[in-house]
Ligand binder design. Sequence first.
Ligand SMILES: CC(C)(COP(=O)(O)OP(=O)(O)OC[C@H]1O[C@@H](n2cnc3c(N)ncnc32)[C@H](O)[C@@H]1OP(=O)(O)O)[C@@H](O)C(=O)NCCC(=O)NCCS
Length: 427
Amino acid sequence: MKQSELDFLNNLRQASDYVAQHRGKVCVVYLPGELLEHREQLQEFAEDISHLNALGLRLIIVMGATLQINQALEQAGIEWSTHHQIRITSPDMLPVLQRTIGEVRSMLEAAFSRQQTHHPFPLTLCSGNWVIAKPRGVIDGVDYQHTGLIRKVNQTALQAVLDSNQIALLTPLAYSLTGEVFNLNTLEQACWVASKIHADKLMVFTSSDQMSGLPKQLSLNQLTHWPAQNANQADLIQCLADNAQQVKRIHLLNESDPTSLLIELFSRDGIGSLVFTDRYHQIRQARIEDVSGIIDLISPLEQKGMLVKRSRERLELEINQFFVIERDSHILGCAALYPHPNAQAELACLAIDPSYQGQGLGEELITHLVHKAREQGIKQLFLLTTHTYHWFIEQGFVLANLDDLPPQKQQLYNFQRQSKVLIKALT
Ligand SMILES: CC(C)(COP(=O)(O)OP(=O)(O)OC[C@H]1O[C@@H](n2cnc3c(N)ncnc32)[C@H](O)[C@@H]1OP(=O)(O)O)[C@@H](O)C(=O)NCCC(=O)NCCS
């Protein structure tokens, strides 16, 4: 088989796990006006959204138009002011906003209509007055006039649109119960709606400076305390922290690459930054179906002599002694705990996938095993290591002698390997 065919097969296998996981999930996509500026990018975006729809995701697009509104106001010779970086919307701006947002929406609908020729099912965008707005009000004596905040969202009506397999489209305009028109900050709206309806995913297209220096994954709590590298990043962090608490996973993507949607959702490591409010990985007791994943993880380390060789049969027999770190059905780490007489236990076969080392997973796994050992009444943990004793010392283990091991373990000691003995008292 050619390498390209092998790569295709591997990618397809990886993606198919995610197809099953994402089917039926609600996904809110924030689309800034900048991404709508380039016809080709917009068309690629529409195509990817069509694929997501065909793969069973339930989609809400929140369309921004700040760039286009700025241009239209300049052309109309209308000046605007801001307070706390938020535009004040005066009554004379409203006709310009309504016209511009209508035009942008029409551009988006046209791009989606073009997709219908390539897909067996007609793909429709549907917009409506599901979001009820209220005035942002007067802050520090400054009246925001027609700049609004979200008051509530008609979830039943929105749900009905998703149930009918249409894509719901929200624009920056919303109306109050008194029938007044309000201009909303669309990122705020995307976060707020996603949070309110407990969306599974919020995909946010951001600028390069907003992504600058962010790691590939972090919790919302870590993001909230992240030292922002610029004012735009600080605004983004603030907006997510204030409005997106109830969204399980927020994916930050670079707006210069609209194709990142598919890679982010259907490959294990994605392409953007993932902000999670649920636990992204879990540590659990290993099951028999994990044996192959554990073998993939430890075989290279066995070959380097860092771990003692274990056959598949032995792993199958001892699987109940193992714990694994799992993410999206992939084993990222493992370790085993073997009880011995006299309230001692051996910690063994600790390994973290090299692509995920240095993220604190090793420490998290050790902490979990120490907790489990305490639950079992273990008073002392011991281990043998040839390469990693400094790391274990940092985890609170101390160097010990052969005599400190249980007698049965002393008899099995391999003097050729010359492993270091480390112990940790669990008081
Ligand atoms: C040891 C191991 C489990 C640590 O996992 P991890 O998830 O990367 O660990 P953490 O993120 O909690 O800690 C990373 C830190 O440990 C350091 N570290 C990793 N291996 C080390 C070693 N052999 N000696 C000293 N320090 C080490 C890293 O440099 C990093 O330090 P930093 O935070 O100052 O940059 C992982 O490196 C591994 O799987 N190693 C190969 C298998 C192995 O040696 N297992 C133990 C056999 S008993």
